[in-house]
Design a protein. Structure first.
Lengths: 298, 517
C-alpha cells in the first residue's frame, strides 16, 4: 500500500518565498499575541503560587466558590472548570511557606456554602517563589544545553551549515508552538518544557533525515545544482517524513483526546510541534543551505 | 551470510527473557510515581540561621556562667546575631584580662575588638563553626523528620537532603496531608517557663514588657465553629527546662473525663531540675510552651519528684498521639518552611493511570493497524519489534528502579512513535532499492545498512535532549526523560537489530522473489 506515489517531483524549493511568508506570518502572529498578553503565561512551577484541584459531588457555582475563598484572604485567585463541571481548579498567586495544608484550608473556607463531605481535594501544588526561580533557571539552562549538545553533534556528523540550518528550523518550530500556546492562553509549566524539548528532538530528527539524504546525493551529484539535489532529497524522503509524522500524530492525538486533563496541554504542545516540525523539515530547514551556498559562490 | 543468526537469536531471546524476568509481575516490580498512586512531595528549607542564633544564645549563657564562676562581675553578655558576634560587658576594667583567659576555652571565638570605654570585648564566631552548625542543623533535622515519619507509619517514604539546606520528603499514599505536614514541619521546641506574676500583664500588652519577660499566647480553638481565640500570658524569658531532657512521651487518657493528654518522662538531669523548680515555686504557675505557643499553665501544687509531667489542652486523640510522636522524635534543631508542596489524592492518581493506559492502548492499536496494513507482512515484523520494545522498556524501568509517572507514560507513547520511525526509515529504503531492481535479499541488505546511519543520527539527537532533561529536570520531568532515554535505546535494538534478525531468519529458510512490504 502507498499513500505517496513512489516518485514524486514536487518543486519544494520553488516555493521558498511562499513558505517563508507563511512562516513569518505564523511567527509574527504568535509573537504579537505574546506581546499583547504581556509575555508568556507562566504556570505556578515558574511564577510561584498555589494550585488546588477540587472535585465536587455536583457541579458547583463558581461565584459561590469565589465568595467562600475571600474569607481566607489568599489574594487574587482564578477559578476554572477542569475537564468536567464538577472538577474545579483554583489558582492563587501567593504561596504559603507556613506549615498549613492549603488544600484543607480552601476546603474549610467552602464549608459554609457547601457540604464539606461533598468536596474532595484532588491535588495541591504549591511552589514558593524561590523554587519557582530555580526551576525557571533550570528549564532555560536545560533548553540551552540541549541545543548546544545537538549543535555539536550535528556539526561533527555533518558540516557547520547543516547545524545552523537545523537550529534555525528548530527555533522556527519552537517559536510557532510558543505562539500557539499564547494564542490559546495556555500556561508554561515544567511539563511543557519537557514537551518543548521533545519537539526540539523531534524536529531535528525530521530535519536530519532530510539532510542525510542531501549529503548522500551530494556525493554523486554530477551536474545537478544544489537546489535540484535538495528537491530530489526532500522528494525521496517525503513518504517517510509523512508516514512517521502520521504515526506519531496518531499517538499524540490519542494522548490529546484520552490522556486526561493533566497532560492535555502537554499533548497540545506535541500536536502543534509535530505538525510544525514536519512542515519545517520539508519547507524551511533546507533554505539556509541554499543561502549559504549562494553566498559562498558570490 | 546468515551464520551470525546463530548468536543473534539466542542474544535476542536472552535480552527479552531477562526483561520479562525483571519486570514480572508488573505490579510489584514497577513502582508508580506520586502523581499516579497519590501522595505528597514536599521540599522543606531548614532555617539554618535560627540554629546559629540558638547556638550563640546558648554559648552566651555558658560564657556568662563561666566568667561568674571565676568570681568576676559580668554586666551582661550580648549577642549580635547579624555579625555572629558576642559582646562581653564587664563592670570593672581590671577584669578584662581574666575574661580573655576564660574565653580561651572557646577556640571558635576570636577577639575582634575592645569596646572604646575599656569595659567590653567583642568576639567573633569562626566561619567554620557557623558552617558546622548549619550542616548539623540540616542533618539532625533530616534524622528527626525521618524518625517522625517512621513512627507515623508511611510505607516507603523518601527523605533526603537536597542541596545545602533543603530536605526532600516524599510520602506515597498519604491520606491526610494536613496531619502529615503538621507532623513533619513542627519544630517542637518544648520549654517550661515560669509566669511573671510580679509584673502586670495589662501593662505588658500595652507595650512595656519587662526586659526579663515576654508575652506568649495560648491558642484556643473552638472545635465546632473553628474560631480561634488567643489568651496572653506574661512569662519569664529564661527557660527552666527544655524538651532535650525528655526520654519519652506517650498518649494517655484522663480517668475522669476520658480526655487524652500527653505524658512526659524526663531523664535524671531533667527530673532533678524539675524537682528543684517545683520545690522552689510552689503556688506559682509554670507554663508549658511548644514552639512559642502556650499549651497550659498549671499552678504548681507540690514538689514533683520522679521526672514526670503532662501536657493537657483539649486535644483530640489524634492530635495527642501526633504530639507524642513529635516529642519522642525530638525537636528540629531549626524551624523549617515549605518551599514546594505537591499533593495528589489517590483517586486522581487512579484516574490518571486509567486514562494513560487507555490512550496507550488506543494510540498503539491505531499505529499497529496502520503499519500492518501499509507494510503487510513486513509491517507485522515491525509490530513485533514494537511489542518487544515495550517489554524491554518495562524491564529497564524495573532494573533502574525508576518510578512510572504520568509524563513517563507520555514518554512511552512517544517512544512508540519513534520506534515506528526507525522501521519506516528502513522499509522505505528497502522499497526504493526494490524499485531500482535489486533482488529481495540485496534490497534488505542495502535498506538496513543505508537507513542505519540516518536512524543513529536521528535518535542520538533526541537522546541528547532526553539526557539533558534527565540532568536538569526535577520530579515528573525526570520520569519523562528516563523513559525516553530507555525507549530510544530499546527502539534502536528492536527496530534495527531484532527486525533485521527476523528478516534474515525468514530469508534463511526459503528464497523470496517478492517481499511483502
Amino acid at each position: 500500500m502507498k499513500i505517496i506515489s513512489s516518485e514524486t517531483h514536487f518543486n519544494f524549493m520553488g516555493k521558498i518565498k511562499m513558505a517563508l511568508t507563511i512562516s513569518a506570518l505564523m511567527i509574527l502572529i504568535g509573537l504579537g499575541s505574546m506581546v499583547m498578553s504581556g509575555g508568556l503565561k507562566y504556570g505556578i512551577d515558574f511564577s510561584g503560587g498555589t494550585l488546588v484541584q477540587l472535585q465536587f459531588k455536583t457541579a458547583p457555582d463558581i461565584e459561590v466558590i469565589r465568595d467562600g475563598l475571600k474569607t481566607i484572604g489568599l489574594g487574587e485567585s482564578t477559578i476554572q472548570e477542569f475537564g468536567t463541571k464538577r472538577d474545579i481548579l483554583i489558582r492563587v498567586q501567593r504561596s504559603e511557606e507556613k506549615l498549613e495544608a492549603v488544600g484543607s484550608q480552601v476546603r474549610n473556607s467552602l464549608g459554609e456554602s457547601f457540604n464539606k463531605a461533598d468536596i474532595t481535594v484532588e491535588r495541591v501544588e504549591m511552589v514558593g517563589p524561590k523554587v519557582g526561580r530555580d526551576l525557571r533557571e533550570k528549564a532555560l539552562l536545560s533548553i540551552l544545553y540541549a541545543i548546544i549538545g545537538i549543535v555539536l553533534y550535528i556539526s561533527w556528523r555533518f558540516e557547520l551549515q547543516y547545524a545552523i540550518a537545523a537550529i534555525i528550523a528548530l527555533i522556527h518550530d519552537v517559536l510557532i508552538t510558543m505562539g500557539a500556546f499564547s494564542i490559546f492562553d495556555k500556561e508554561f509549566t515544567l511539563v511543557i518544557v519537557a514537551a518543548f524539548l521533545t519537539i526540539i528532538g523531534y524536529s531535528l530528527n525530521d530535519t536530519i533525515v532530510v539532510f542525510d539524504r542531501i549529503r548522500e546525493n551530494l556525493r554523486r551529484k554530477g551536474k545537478n545544482s544544489l537546489v535540484d539535489i535538495i528537491n530530489t532529497s526532500i522528494n525521496q524522503t517525503l513518504s517517510r517524513t509523512l508516514l512517521t509524522s502520521g504515526t506519531t500524530l496518531l499517538v499524540v492525538v490519542a494522548l490529546f483526546f484520552f490522556g486526561g486533563e493533566i497532560i492535555h496541554d502537554f499533548s497540545f504542545a506535541l500536536l502543534v510541534g509535530v505538525l510544525v516540525g514536519t512542515y519545517s523539515s520539508i519547507f524551511i530547514a533546507s533554505v539556509f543551505l541554499v543561502f549559504w551556498d549562494s553566498r559562498k559562490r558570490a | 551470510m546468515y551464520k551470525d543468526l546463530k548468536w543473534k537469536i539466542p542474544l535476542i531471546l536472552a535480552v527479552v527473557l531477562g526483561a520479562v524476568w525483571l519486570a514480572y509481575p508488573l505490579k510489584e516490580k514497577i513502582s508508580l510515581g506520586l502523581d499516579l498512586q497519590g501522595g505528597m512531595h514536599l521540599v522543606l528549607e531548614v532555617k539554618v540561621e535560627k540554629a546559629v542564633e540558638a547556638s550563640l544564645d546558648r554559648l552566651a549563657d555558658e560564657i556568662k556562667r563561666d566568667i561568674t564562676e571565676e568570681d568576676l562581675e559580668v554586666d551582661r553578655v550580648k549577642v549580635i546575631f547579624a555579625s555572629r558576634q558576642i559582646n562581653v560587658r564587664m563592670v570593672d576594667k581590671l577584669d578584662l584580662p581574666p575574661v580573655k583567659t576564660v574565653l580561651e576555652k572557646y577556640p571558635f571565638f576570636s577577639m575582634v575588638s575592645e569596646d572604646s570605654d575599656g569595659l567590653g570585648l567583642v568576639y567573633q564566631m569562626s566561619v567554620d563553626q557557623v558552617t558546622q552548625i548549619e550542616q548539623n542543623a540540616v542533618s539532625q533535622g533530616l534524622e528527626t523528620i525521618r524518625n517522625r515519619v517512621d513512627q507515623f507509619g508511611v510505607s516507603e517514604p523518601t527523605i533526603q537532603a537536597q542541596g545545602e539546606k533543603r530536605i526532600l520528603v516524599q510520602l506515597p499514599g498519604v491520606k491526610d496531608p494536613e496531619r502529615a505536614i503538621n507532623l513533619i514541619g513542627k519544630t517542637a521546641r518544648l520549654e517550661f517557663k515560669l509566669l511573671d506574676e510580679e509584673n502586670s500583664l495589662q501593662q505588658a500588652l500595652a507595650g512595656s514588657v519587662p526586659e526579663e519577660s515576654e508575652v506568649l499566647y495560648q491558642r484556643v480553638e473552638n472545635k465546632e465553629t473553628g474560631a480561634v481565640t488567643k489568651e496572653p500570658f506574661l512569662l519569664i524569658k529564661r527557660t527552666v527546662l527544655t524538651g532535650e531532657t525528655l526520654t519519652g512521651a506517650e498518649i494517655r487518657f484522663d480517668s475522669d473525663f476520658n480526655e487524652p493528654y500527653v505524658s512526659l518522662n524526663f531523664n535524671s538531669v531533667g527530673a532533678m531540675i524539675f524537682q528543684q523548680v517545683t520545690r522552689e515555686n510552689i503556688k506559682k504557675r509554670l507554663a508549658i510552651v511548644l514552639d512559642d505557643n502556650v499549651y497550659s499553665a498549671p499552678v504548681i501544687q507540690d514538689e514533683i519528684a520522679g521526672g514526670r509531667a503532662q501536657i493537657t489542652g483539649r486535644f483530640t486523640s489524634e492530635e495527642a498521639r501526633d504530639l507524642a510522636i513529635i516529642l519522642r522524635a525530638g525537636a528540629l534543631p531549626a524551624p523549617v518552611v515549605i518551599l514546594e508542596n505537591r499533593t495528589v489524592g489517590p483517586s486522581l492518581g487512579q484516574d490518571s493511570i486509567n486514562k494513560g493506559i487507555t490512550s496507550i492502548i488506543y494510540g498503539g492499536l491505531l499505529v499497529v493497524a496502520f503499519i500492518a496494513v501499509y507494510y503487510k507482512l513486513s509491517g507485522i515484523i515491525a509490530v513485533t519489534a514494537l511489542f518487544l520494545n515495550i517489554v524491554l522498556l518495562a524491564g529497564a524501568l524495573a532494573y533502574f528502579g525508576a518510578a512510572l509517572t504520568l509524563p513517563g507514560i507520555a514518554g512511552i507513547i512517544l517512544t512508540v512513535g519513534m520506534a515506528i520511525d526507525a522501521n519506516v526509515l528502513v522499509f522505505e529504503r528497502i522499497r526504493e532499492e526494490i524499485r531500482i531492481g535489486k533482488t529481495v535479499r540485496a534490497a534488505i541488505e542495502a535498506g538496513f545498512s543505508k537507513a542505519f546511519r540516518t536512524i543513529v543520527d536521528a535518535n542520538i539527537t533526541t537522546f541528547i535532549a532526553a539526557v539533558v532533561l534527565f540532568q536538569f529536570g526535577t520530579g515528573p520531568i525526570k520520569g519523562f526523560a528516563i523513559t525516553l532515554c530507555i525507549g530510544i535505546a530499546a527502539s534502536m535494538f528492536t527496530a534495527v537489530f531484532v527486525s533485521r534478525a527476523i528478516f534474515d531468519g525468514t530469508m534463511s529458510h526459503r528464497k523470496l522473489d517478492k517481499l511483502s512490504i
